[in-house]
Design a protein around this ligand. Structure first.
Ligand code: DHB
Ligand code: MG
Length: 220
């Protein structure tokens, strides 16, 4: 029997076609290097590319490069990308991915902890994609908001990861971080935000979600 998640992905694939271009090759490249299988799934990649077509950013910032799948989805337009990755192996694999995709000259991969790197960056960016350590999302957000231009977008992966913020286990840093992050999205007067539930990667704990927020043009 086909799992509901798999069936849904097949259904979407029948509607919109399989992932195109270099992406299947890049996913194989990550697999060969044994990176964890936590790249954005095709439907999230499609959403990122759609948001780029919609908002036409020039300068994109990403926290959590992994192997470069999301970065390639973000580079569908003509923007440039600054992407921060803590893991040296991940950053090296991502550099190869961007080169394979012919995008190396539009990407800067910065290796380090985003909490250290973000304060060194020169604003403004038009779009931020957050997909790194979930317990640190509140710190990334606080440091990144001043880097995003008014009217710019903030997109964050995994904000309902495995239902953790909904059913927090005491002492679970992911749950605490995501609850704080989601609360800030809802309450921060600088932001206008929505959270969309998503298909997750596991059948039982399948819940996940993605946040899309806009930095307000004028802050009350
Ligand atoms: C996991 C999934 C993600 O999309 C991510 O960014 C980090 C971790 C996970 O399944 O553990
Ligand atoms: Mg993710």
């Amino acid at each position: 029997m086909t799992e509901p998640l798999e069936a849904t992905r097949h259904y979407l694939q029948a509607l919109f076609g399989a992932e195109e271009g270099i992406l299947p090759t890049i996913r194989q490249h990550l697999k060969r290097h044994k990176l964890p299988d936590i790249s954005v799934p095709p439907e999230v990649g499609r959403l990122l590319s759609f948001l780029v077509r919609l908002c036409q950013p020039q300068h994109i910032l990403e926290v959590g490069t992994l192997g470069g799948v999301s970065g390639i989805c973000l580079l569908q337009g003509d923007a440039d990308l600054v992407t921060i990755e803590k893991g040296e192996l991940q950053a090296a694999v991502a550099e190869e991915s961007f080169a394979l995709a012919g995008l190396a000259d539009r990407v800067e991969v910065l290796v380090g902890d985003a909490r250290t790197v973000l304060p060194t960056l020169t604003p403004p960016f038009d779009l931020l994609f957050l997909d790194a350590e979930k317990s640190e999302y509140p710190d990334y957000l606080e440091l990144a908001i001043p880097l995003i231009r008014p009217g710019g977008l903030i997109v964050a992966d995994n904000v309902l990861r495995r239902g953790k913020p909904v059913y927090p286990t005491p002492g679970d840093a992911t749950a605490t971080g995501l609850r704080r992050f989601n609360r800030q999205l809802a309450d921060d007067p600088r932001l206008d935000a929505v959270i969309l539930p998503l298909l997750g990667d596991y059948s039982f704990n399948s819940i996940d979600g993605i946040a899309i927020a806009r930095v307000n043009l004028s802050v009350a």
